[in-house]
Design a protein around this ligand. Structure first.
Ligand code: ATP
Ligand code: MG
Length: 423
Protein backbone atom coordinates (compact mmCIF):
# COMPACT_ATOMS: atom_id res chain seq x y z
CA UNK A 1 0.00 0.00 0.00
CA UNK A 2 1.23 3.50 -0.78
CA UNK A 3 1.13 5.67 2.33
CA UNK A 4 0.70 9.40 2.82
CA UNK A 5 3.94 11.44 2.70
CA UNK A 6 5.49 12.26 6.07
CA UNK A 7 4.23 15.50 7.60
CA UNK A 8 0.98 15.62 5.63
CA UNK A 9 -2.57 14.83 6.67
CA UNK A 10 -5.81 13.75 5.04
CA UNK A 11 -9.06 15.44 5.91
CA UNK A 12 -11.58 12.61 6.27
CA UNK A 13 -15.28 12.94 5.42
CA UNK A 14 -16.13 12.66 9.10
CA UNK A 15 -14.00 15.65 10.15
CA UNK A 16 -14.19 18.02 7.19
CA UNK A 17 -17.00 19.92 8.92
CA UNK A 18 -14.44 21.15 11.44
CA UNK A 19 -12.21 22.55 8.73
CA UNK A 20 -15.21 24.11 7.04
CA UNK A 21 -16.16 25.80 10.31
CA UNK A 22 -12.69 27.29 10.69
CA UNK A 23 -12.68 28.47 7.09
CA UNK A 24 -16.23 29.84 7.37
CA UNK A 25 -15.17 31.87 10.42
CA UNK A 26 -12.20 33.24 8.48
CA UNK A 27 -14.43 34.24 5.57
CA UNK A 28 -17.02 35.77 7.89
CA UNK A 29 -14.42 37.92 9.65
CA UNK A 30 -13.05 38.95 6.25
CA UNK A 31 -16.55 39.96 5.19
CA UNK A 32 -17.04 42.09 8.29
CA UNK A 33 -13.70 43.79 7.74
CA UNK A 34 -14.24 44.19 3.97
CA UNK A 35 -11.21 42.11 3.18
CA UNK A 36 -11.29 40.49 -0.27
CA UNK A 37 -10.02 37.02 -1.03
CA UNK A 38 -6.96 36.59 -3.25
CA UNK A 39 -5.54 33.38 -4.67
CA UNK A 40 -1.99 32.97 -5.85
CA UNK A 41 -0.25 29.88 -7.23
CA UNK A 42 0.95 27.12 -4.94
CA UNK A 43 4.34 27.35 -6.67
CA UNK A 44 6.39 30.41 -7.54
CA UNK A 45 9.85 31.17 -8.86
CA UNK A 46 12.29 30.36 -6.07
CA UNK A 47 13.75 33.89 -6.12
CA UNK A 48 10.46 35.26 -4.81
CA UNK A 49 11.01 33.55 -1.48
CA UNK A 50 14.77 33.43 -1.49
CA UNK A 51 14.88 37.23 -1.54
CA UNK A 52 11.30 37.93 -0.50
CA UNK A 53 11.61 36.23 2.84
CA UNK A 54 15.27 37.05 3.51
CA UNK A 55 18.15 34.70 4.06
CA UNK A 56 18.45 34.29 7.80
CA UNK A 57 15.11 32.59 8.36
CA UNK A 58 14.75 28.87 8.85
CA UNK A 59 12.19 28.93 6.08
CA UNK A 60 14.63 29.97 3.38
CA UNK A 61 17.69 28.27 4.78
CA UNK A 62 16.32 24.84 5.52
CA UNK A 63 12.66 24.39 4.88
CA UNK A 64 11.81 25.15 1.27
CA UNK A 65 10.46 22.58 -1.18
CA UNK A 66 12.52 23.60 -4.18
CA UNK A 67 12.92 21.70 -7.44
CA UNK A 68 13.75 22.22 -11.08
CA UNK A 69 10.74 21.88 -13.38
CA UNK A 70 10.99 20.23 -16.77
CA UNK A 71 11.96 23.58 -18.28
CA UNK A 72 14.92 23.81 -15.90
CA UNK A 73 13.41 26.66 -13.83
CA UNK A 74 13.85 26.67 -10.08
CA UNK A 75 10.40 26.41 -8.56
CA UNK A 76 9.41 26.50 -4.88
CA UNK A 77 6.17 25.41 -3.23
CA UNK A 78 4.97 28.40 -1.23
CA UNK A 79 6.27 28.20 2.35
CA UNK A 80 4.07 31.16 3.37
CA UNK A 81 1.38 33.36 1.86
CA UNK A 82 2.74 36.89 1.95
CA UNK A 83 5.37 36.83 -0.79
CA UNK A 84 2.90 35.63 -3.44
CA UNK A 85 0.42 38.36 -2.55
CA UNK A 86 3.18 40.97 -2.70
CA UNK A 87 4.22 39.70 -6.14
CA UNK A 88 0.59 39.83 -7.29
CA UNK A 89 0.28 43.39 -5.99
CA UNK A 90 3.33 44.54 -7.92
CA UNK A 91 2.73 42.55 -11.11
CA UNK A 92 -0.85 43.79 -11.45
CA UNK A 93 -0.09 47.42 -10.68
CA UNK A 94 -2.41 47.34 -7.68
CA UNK A 95 -0.57 50.27 -6.10
CA UNK A 96 -2.81 52.43 -8.27
CA UNK A 97 -6.01 50.71 -7.08
CA UNK A 98 -7.90 52.30 -4.17
CA UNK A 99 -5.72 51.89 -1.09
CA UNK A 100 -5.48 50.36 1.36
CA UNK A 101 -5.77 47.06 -0.46
CA UNK A 102 -7.11 44.63 2.10
CA UNK A 103 -6.83 41.01 1.10
CA UNK A 104 -6.97 37.57 2.68
CA UNK A 105 -6.03 34.08 1.64
CA UNK A 106 -6.59 30.55 2.85
CA UNK A 107 -3.77 28.53 1.41
CA UNK A 108 -1.72 25.37 1.84
CA UNK A 109 1.95 26.03 2.70
CA UNK A 110 4.91 23.70 2.39
CA UNK A 111 7.93 23.51 4.64
CA UNK A 112 10.42 20.70 4.94
CA UNK A 113 10.37 20.49 8.73
CA UNK A 114 10.71 17.74 11.28
CA UNK A 115 7.07 16.74 11.78
CA UNK A 116 5.70 16.94 15.33
CA UNK A 117 2.52 18.12 17.02
CA UNK A 118 1.59 21.42 15.36
CA UNK A 119 4.42 21.19 12.85
CA UNK A 120 3.68 19.67 9.47
CA UNK A 121 5.18 19.68 5.99
CA UNK A 122 1.91 20.65 4.40
CA UNK A 123 -0.20 22.96 6.55
CA UNK A 124 -2.71 25.72 5.96
CA UNK A 125 -2.77 29.40 6.71
CA UNK A 126 -5.47 32.00 6.88
CA UNK A 127 -3.67 35.26 6.24
CA UNK A 128 -4.62 38.92 5.97
CA UNK A 129 -2.59 41.61 4.22
CA UNK A 130 -3.26 45.35 4.30
CA UNK A 131 -1.18 47.28 1.76
CA UNK A 132 -0.76 51.02 1.44
CA UNK A 133 -1.28 52.39 4.95
CA UNK A 134 1.56 53.50 7.24
CA UNK A 135 -0.99 54.39 9.94
CA UNK A 136 -1.05 52.65 13.34
CA UNK A 137 -4.75 52.19 12.64
CA UNK A 138 -3.87 49.61 9.99
CA UNK A 139 -1.74 47.67 12.50
CA UNK A 140 -4.56 47.78 15.02
CA UNK A 141 -7.11 46.74 12.41
CA UNK A 142 -5.06 43.71 11.40
CA UNK A 143 -4.63 42.67 15.04
CA UNK A 144 -8.32 43.27 15.60
CA UNK A 145 -9.17 41.03 12.62
CA UNK A 146 -6.95 38.26 14.01
CA UNK A 147 -8.49 38.60 17.44
CA UNK A 148 -12.03 38.58 15.99
CA UNK A 149 -11.18 35.41 14.10
CA UNK A 150 -10.00 33.65 17.28
CA UNK A 151 -13.11 34.85 19.13
CA UNK A 152 -15.39 33.62 16.38
CA UNK A 153 -13.76 30.20 16.62
CA UNK A 154 -14.55 30.19 20.34
CA UNK A 155 -10.87 30.22 21.33
CA UNK A 156 -10.28 31.94 24.63
CA UNK A 157 -7.00 30.46 25.59
CA UNK A 158 -4.53 32.74 23.79
CA UNK A 159 -2.43 35.68 24.84
CA UNK A 160 -1.65 38.53 22.46
CA UNK A 161 2.01 39.54 22.65
CA UNK A 162 3.15 42.64 20.80
CA UNK A 163 6.40 44.41 20.21
CA UNK A 164 7.95 47.01 17.94
CA UNK A 165 11.20 46.28 16.17
CA UNK A 166 11.55 49.84 14.92
CA UNK A 167 12.78 51.05 11.56
CA UNK A 168 16.18 50.88 9.84
CA UNK A 169 17.47 53.77 11.93
CA UNK A 170 16.60 52.35 15.33
CA UNK A 171 17.59 48.85 14.24
CA UNK A 172 21.14 49.86 13.32
CA UNK A 173 21.77 51.06 16.87
CA UNK A 174 19.98 48.11 18.38
CA UNK A 175 21.94 45.59 16.30
CA UNK A 176 25.14 47.20 17.55
CA UNK A 177 23.90 46.84 21.14
CA UNK A 178 22.96 43.21 20.50
CA UNK A 179 26.40 42.46 19.08
CA UNK A 180 28.02 44.03 22.15
CA UNK A 181 25.84 41.85 24.36
CA UNK A 182 26.19 38.56 22.50
CA UNK A 183 29.86 38.80 21.53
CA UNK A 184 31.30 37.45 24.81
CA UNK A 185 28.70 34.62 24.88
CA UNK A 186 29.04 33.43 21.27
CA UNK A 187 31.04 30.32 22.15
CA UNK A 188 28.09 29.06 24.24
CA UNK A 189 25.58 29.59 21.43
CA UNK A 190 24.55 27.38 18.50
CA UNK A 191 26.12 27.51 15.04
CA UNK A 192 23.05 29.19 13.55
CA UNK A 193 23.20 31.95 16.16
CA UNK A 194 26.86 32.47 15.37
CA UNK A 195 25.88 32.95 11.76
CA UNK A 196 23.00 35.24 12.73
CA UNK A 197 25.46 37.29 14.79
CA UNK A 198 27.08 38.51 11.59
CA UNK A 199 24.08 38.55 9.25
CA UNK A 200 21.18 39.62 11.44
CA UNK A 201 21.65 39.58 15.24
CA UNK A 202 17.95 40.31 15.79
CA UNK A 203 17.16 36.74 14.84
CA UNK A 204 19.29 35.49 17.74
CA UNK A 205 16.33 36.46 19.93
CA UNK A 206 14.20 33.93 18.04
CA UNK A 207 16.42 30.86 18.55
CA UNK A 208 14.67 27.76 19.83
CA UNK A 209 17.77 26.15 21.43
CA UNK A 210 17.49 26.15 25.23
CA UNK A 211 20.98 27.52 25.89
CA UNK A 212 20.58 30.30 23.31
CA UNK A 213 17.15 31.16 24.71
CA UNK A 214 18.63 31.56 28.18
CA UNK A 215 21.31 33.90 26.94
CA UNK A 216 18.90 35.84 24.74
CA UNK A 217 16.62 36.45 27.74
CA UNK A 218 19.15 38.91 29.15
CA UNK A 219 19.68 40.82 25.89
CA UNK A 220 18.98 44.56 25.71
CA UNK A 221 15.39 45.46 24.78
CA UNK A 222 14.60 46.92 21.38
CA UNK A 223 12.09 49.18 23.10
CA UNK A 224 14.96 51.16 24.63
CA UNK A 225 16.28 51.87 21.14
CA UNK A 226 13.15 53.02 19.28
CA UNK A 227 13.45 56.41 17.55
CA UNK A 228 10.79 58.98 18.51
CA UNK A 229 8.66 58.23 15.40
CA UNK A 230 8.69 54.48 15.98
CA UNK A 231 8.00 54.94 19.68
CA UNK A 232 5.01 57.18 18.90
CA UNK A 233 3.72 54.68 16.32
CA UNK A 234 3.91 51.86 18.87
CA UNK A 235 2.13 54.00 21.49
CA UNK A 236 -0.70 54.64 19.03
CA UNK A 237 -1.06 50.96 18.17
CA UNK A 238 -1.31 50.12 21.87
CA UNK A 239 -3.84 52.88 22.49
CA UNK A 240 -6.00 51.75 19.59
CA UNK A 241 -5.94 48.17 20.87
CA UNK A 242 -6.91 49.29 24.35
CA UNK A 243 -9.72 51.39 22.92
CA UNK A 244 -11.09 48.23 21.24
CA UNK A 245 -10.82 46.36 24.51
CA UNK A 246 -8.12 44.06 23.18
CA UNK A 247 -5.78 42.86 25.89
CA UNK A 248 -2.10 42.46 25.13
CA UNK A 249 1.25 42.10 26.78
CA UNK A 250 4.36 43.79 25.44
CA UNK A 251 7.06 41.21 24.82
CA UNK A 252 10.31 42.75 23.58
CA UNK A 253 11.54 39.23 22.75
CA UNK A 254 9.22 38.87 19.76
CA UNK A 255 11.09 39.49 16.53
CA UNK A 256 10.38 38.67 12.98
CA UNK A 257 13.92 39.54 12.24
CA UNK A 258 13.83 40.14 8.49
CA UNK A 259 15.06 43.34 6.98
CA UNK A 260 11.70 44.19 5.53
CA UNK A 261 9.88 43.90 8.85
CA UNK A 262 9.40 47.22 10.57
CA UNK A 263 7.73 48.44 13.71
CA UNK A 264 4.82 46.32 14.96
CA UNK A 265 5.20 42.58 15.38
CA UNK A 266 2.75 40.37 17.24
CA UNK A 267 1.85 36.80 18.09
CA UNK A 268 -1.19 35.10 19.54
CA UNK A 269 0.24 32.39 21.79
CA UNK A 270 -1.39 29.48 23.55
CA UNK A 271 0.00 27.34 26.34
CA UNK A 272 -2.37 24.44 25.62
CA UNK A 273 -0.72 22.88 22.59
CA UNK A 274 2.81 22.24 23.74
CA UNK A 275 5.93 23.74 22.29
CA UNK A 276 4.33 24.96 19.06
CA UNK A 277 2.23 27.56 20.87
CA UNK A 278 2.06 30.34 18.30
CA UNK A 279 -1.23 30.03 16.46
CA UNK A 280 -1.13 33.36 14.68
CA UNK A 281 1.72 35.71 13.91
CA UNK A 282 2.08 38.95 12.05
CA UNK A 283 3.44 42.42 11.81
CA UNK A 284 4.32 45.36 9.66
CA UNK A 285 6.64 44.91 6.68
CA UNK A 286 7.02 48.29 5.08
CA UNK A 287 10.11 47.20 3.16
CA UNK A 288 8.86 44.06 1.41
CA UNK A 289 7.16 45.43 -1.67
CA UNK A 290 10.06 47.73 -2.50
CA UNK A 291 12.48 44.87 -1.92
CA UNK A 292 10.55 42.83 -4.49
CA UNK A 293 10.81 45.64 -7.03
CA UNK A 294 7.56 47.51 -6.39
CA UNK A 295 7.13 51.10 -5.29
CA UNK A 296 7.65 51.82 -1.59
CA UNK A 297 4.37 50.58 -0.07
CA UNK A 298 3.72 50.17 3.64
CA UNK A 299 2.15 46.84 4.56
CA UNK A 300 0.92 44.96 7.60
CA UNK A 301 -0.60 41.51 8.00
CA UNK A 302 -0.82 38.22 9.84
CA UNK A 303 -1.01 34.51 9.17
CA UNK A 304 -2.77 31.96 11.36
CA UNK A 305 -1.89 28.28 11.17
CA UNK A 306 -5.16 26.36 10.80
CA UNK A 307 -3.82 23.00 12.01
CA UNK A 308 -2.55 24.59 15.20
CA UNK A 309 -5.89 26.29 15.73
CA UNK A 310 -7.63 22.94 15.27
CA UNK A 311 -5.25 21.33 17.75
CA UNK A 312 -5.90 24.12 20.23
CA UNK A 313 -9.66 23.84 19.82
CA UNK A 314 -9.58 20.07 20.27
CA UNK A 315 -7.22 20.26 23.27
CA UNK A 316 -9.25 22.90 25.09
CA UNK A 317 -12.65 21.40 24.29
CA UNK A 318 -13.91 24.23 22.09
CA UNK A 319 -17.06 22.87 20.50
CA UNK A 320 -17.72 22.89 16.78
CA UNK A 321 -21.19 23.38 15.34
CA UNK A 322 -22.82 20.01 14.63
CA UNK A 323 -21.91 18.53 11.26
CA UNK A 324 -24.38 18.61 8.43
CA UNK A 325 -27.02 15.87 8.42
CA UNK A 326 -29.63 15.07 5.74
CA UNK A 327 -33.10 16.44 6.42
CA UNK A 328 -34.74 13.27 5.19
CA UNK A 329 -34.02 9.71 4.19
CA UNK A 330 -36.61 8.02 1.98
CA UNK A 331 -36.46 4.23 2.02
CA UNK A 332 -38.07 2.03 -0.63
CA UNK A 333 -39.54 -1.44 0.00
CA UNK A 334 -39.39 -2.76 -3.57
CA UNK A 335 -38.10 -1.72 -6.96
CA UNK A 336 -41.10 0.46 -7.84
CA UNK A 337 -40.98 2.22 -4.44
CA UNK A 338 -37.24 2.67 -4.70
CA UNK A 339 -37.70 4.40 -8.04
CA UNK A 340 -40.33 6.65 -6.45
CA UNK A 341 -38.01 7.38 -3.51
CA UNK A 342 -35.27 8.31 -5.96
CA UNK A 343 -37.60 10.71 -7.79
CA UNK A 344 -38.87 12.26 -4.55
CA UNK A 345 -35.34 12.80 -3.29
CA UNK A 346 -34.52 14.55 -6.57
CA UNK A 347 -37.53 16.85 -6.22
CA UNK A 348 -36.63 17.67 -2.61
CA UNK A 349 -33.05 18.52 -3.52
CA UNK A 350 -34.37 20.80 -6.26
CA UNK A 351 -36.16 22.69 -3.44
CA UNK A 352 -32.86 23.04 -1.59
CA UNK A 353 -33.53 20.25 0.89
CA UNK A 354 -30.80 17.75 1.71
CA UNK A 355 -32.34 14.35 1.01
CA UNK A 356 -31.01 10.83 0.69
CA UNK A 357 -32.17 7.41 -0.51
CA UNK A 358 -30.70 3.96 -1.03
CA UNK A 359 -27.85 3.53 -3.50
CA UNK A 360 -26.75 0.15 -2.21
CA UNK A 361 -29.73 -2.09 -2.91
CA UNK A 362 -30.19 -2.66 0.81
CA UNK A 363 -33.15 -4.21 2.61
CA UNK A 364 -35.54 -1.77 4.29
CA UNK A 365 -34.11 -2.69 7.68
CA UNK A 366 -30.58 -1.96 6.48
CA UNK A 367 -31.70 1.27 4.84
CA UNK A 368 -33.18 2.46 8.15
CA UNK A 369 -30.03 1.54 10.00
CA UNK A 370 -28.01 3.57 7.52
CA UNK A 371 -30.43 6.52 7.78
CA UNK A 372 -29.90 6.44 11.52
CA UNK A 373 -26.12 6.46 11.10
CA UNK A 374 -26.41 9.45 8.78
CA UNK A 375 -28.42 11.24 11.45
CA UNK A 376 -31.31 11.97 9.04
CA UNK A 377 -33.88 14.20 10.73
CA UNK A 378 -36.89 12.57 9.10
CA UNK A 379 -37.32 9.10 7.69
CA UNK A 380 -40.05 7.86 5.34
CA UNK A 381 -40.60 4.31 4.08
CA UNK A 382 -42.38 3.90 0.77
CA UNK A 383 -44.09 0.68 -0.25
CA UNK A 384 -47.21 -0.45 -2.12
CA UNK A 385 -49.72 1.19 0.20
CA UNK A 386 -47.84 4.52 0.23
CA UNK A 387 -47.82 4.49 -3.55
CA UNK A 388 -51.54 3.66 -3.58
CA UNK A 389 -52.47 6.52 -1.23
CA UNK A 390 -49.72 8.91 -2.41
CA UNK A 391 -48.98 9.59 1.24
CA UNK A 392 -46.44 8.47 3.80
CA UNK A 393 -45.78 8.53 7.54
CA UNK A 394 -42.88 10.89 8.12
CA UNK A 395 -41.02 9.90 11.22
CA UNK A 396 -39.21 12.61 13.12
CA UNK A 397 -36.12 10.87 14.43
CA UNK A 398 -35.48 13.18 17.38
CA UNK A 399 -38.70 12.23 19.17
CA UNK A 400 -40.12 9.31 17.17
CA UNK A 401 -43.34 11.17 16.35
CA UNK A 402 -44.97 10.49 12.99
CA UNK A 403 -47.15 12.53 10.68
CA UNK A 404 -49.00 11.40 7.58
CA UNK A 405 -48.01 13.66 4.69
CA UNK A 406 -48.90 13.64 0.99
CA UNK A 407 -45.86 12.59 -1.06
CA UNK A 408 -46.01 15.83 -3.00
CA UNK A 409 -46.09 17.83 0.24
CA UNK A 410 -43.00 16.33 1.90
CA UNK A 411 -40.86 19.28 0.87
CA UNK A 412 -43.33 21.82 2.16
CA UNK A 413 -43.72 19.91 5.42
CA UNK A 414 -40.00 19.69 6.03
CA UNK A 415 -39.42 23.34 5.22
CA UNK A 416 -42.16 24.37 7.64
CA UNK A 417 -41.12 22.01 10.44
CA UNK A 418 -37.39 22.02 10.20
CA UNK A 419 -36.84 25.09 12.36
CA UNK A 420 -33.25 25.91 13.13
CA UNK A 421 -31.68 22.67 11.93
CA UNK A 422 -28.86 22.45 9.49
CA UNK A 423 -30.27 19.88 7.02
P1 ATP B 1 7.44 28.61 14.32
O1 ATP B 1 8.21 29.58 15.14
O2 ATP B 1 6.45 27.80 15.09
O3 ATP B 1 8.29 27.77 13.41
P2 ATP B 1 7.07 30.43 12.19
O4 ATP B 1 7.62 31.69 12.74
O5 ATP B 1 7.90 29.61 11.28
O6 ATP B 1 6.53 29.50 13.38
P3 ATP B 1 5.22 31.82 10.53
O7 ATP B 1 6.08 31.75 9.34
O8 ATP B 1 5.05 33.09 11.26
O9 ATP B 1 5.64 30.69 11.57
O10 ATP B 1 3.78 31.21 10.15
C1 ATP B 1 2.57 31.67 10.74
C2 ATP B 1 1.83 30.57 11.44
O11 ATP B 1 1.76 29.40 10.63
C3 ATP B 1 2.49 30.06 12.71
O12 ATP B 1 2.18 30.87 13.78
C4 ATP B 1 1.89 28.69 12.85
O13 ATP B 1 0.58 28.78 13.43
C5 ATP B 1 1.76 28.23 11.43
N1 ATP B 1 2.86 27.35 11.06
C6 ATP B 1 4.13 27.69 10.71
N2 ATP B 1 4.85 26.60 10.39
C7 ATP B 1 4.01 25.54 10.52
C8 ATP B 1 4.15 24.12 10.31
N3 ATP B 1 5.29 23.59 9.86
N4 ATP B 1 3.08 23.33 10.53
C9 ATP B 1 1.91 23.86 10.96
N5 ATP B 1 1.72 25.17 11.18
C10 ATP B 1 2.75 26.01 10.96
MG1 MG C 1 9.12 27.95 11.54
Amino acid sequence: MISIPKGTKDVLPSTSYKWQFIEDCAREVARQFNINEVRTPVFEHTELFARGVGDTTDIVNKEMYTFLDKGGRSITLKPEGTAGVARMFIENGLASSPLPMKSFYITPCYRYERPQAGRLREFHQFGVEVYGSPSPAADAEVIFAASSFLNKLGIKDTRLEINSIGCKTCRAQYNAALRDYFKPRLAEMCATCNERFTKNPLRMLDCKEEECKKIAAGAPSILDYLCPDCAAHFESVKNLLSAQGIEYVVNPGIVRGLDYYTRTVFEFVSTSIGAQGTVCAGGRYDGLIAELGGSQTPAVGFAAGLERLMLLMDNTGVSFPAPHVPAIYIAGMDDVSRAKAFALVGALRARGISAECDLMGRSVKAQLKYADKLGAQYVAVIGESELATSSVNLKKMSDGSTNCVQLDDIGKYITENQGGTNG
